[in-house]
Design a protein around this ligand. Structure first.
Ligand code: PGA
Length: 247
């Protein structure tokens, strides 16, 4: 992989498979040092090659998630965990059902119970578990992380957001129509994400090029939630050539 020096951060550039292997190596190092690590996972198309690599390594006996605790970033409001577009279902079918994680230690925000107590309890559970050792992130075309859309305060904890029209249109590809895309989501806040001891953001595809540029070369601003990574002490950014094209 080649390295682009971009402001305070390095961006590791390679193809999606190289990124998957490199990030899987990060998981392997974390789990070797701390088998009961607390891992923050993400949904979306971006992490799919990584999840396939993690599944392969677990099947090959190279890695074990038996003692980890997991927290996912976000969930659509209104979708039951069994709904085939819920993020809980996505995680079960793309990762959790195929690795040796203990389902009792898997956490995904509820899309059904979204009262303030339940939302606050998500942050409390993260703290009670010892804090997140490594949080995986994708990035939206508008610079969102989790479902923290532009304008979300940098000190936000887990909360409900109204999804932007852009985000709903981008995600409509997974639904029968735009009307079926939920209008709201429960998401870890930017502060929840920033509290993780290590962050790994992956950006792939030309549609992420502007957002990645703003993330690493623009100001740290709530208008580009991912720009907060600039001030995280241990944030790693991986991109393919298309996403890195403007750096
Ligand atoms: P994607 O979504 O991986 O499907 O591009 C990333 C995101 O919106 O955070």
């Amino acid at each position: 992989m080649r390295i682009i020096e971009a402001g305070y951060k390095k961006v590791y550039v390679g193809d999606a498979e190289e990124i998957a292997r490199a990030v899987a190596d990060i998981y392997a190092a974390i789990l070797k040092a701390k088998p009961n690590a607390v891992l923050g996972f993400a949904t979306g198309s971006t992490p799919l090659p990584l999840y396939a690599e993690l599944v392969r390594r677990v099947a090959a006996g190279e890695m074990s998630f038996a003692d980890v605790t997991t927290f996912n970033l976000d969930e659509y409001v209104g979708l039951e965990p069994t709904h085939d577009q819920s993020y809980r279902y996505f995680m079960d079918t793309n990762l959790f059902n195929h690795i040796d994680v203990d389902p009792a230690r898997v956490h995904v925000p509820s899309g059904i119970s979204v009262d303030v107590e339940t939302l606050a309890a998500y942050d409390t559970a993260i703290v009670a578990a010892g804090g997140i050792d490594m949080q995986l992130l994708g990035i939206g075309c508008n610079g969102h992380i989790g479902f923290n859309e532009p304008g979300t305060p940098l000190d936000s904890l887990t909360h409900v957001v109204e999804l932007t029209q852009n985000t709903r249109e981008v995600n409509a590809r997974f639904f029968a129509s735009l009307d079926e895309v939920p209008t709201h989501a429960a998401t870890m806040g930017i502060k929840t994400v920033m509290n993780a001891r290590q962050l790994v953001l992956i950006a792939t595809g030309a549609s992420k090029a502007d957002a990645l540029y703003a993330t690493v070369k623009g100001p740290v601003t709530p208008e580009v939630p991912a720009s907060a990574l600039q001030i995280h002490p241990c944030a790693f950014i991986f991109a393919d050539e298309a996403a890195a094209a403007k750096l």
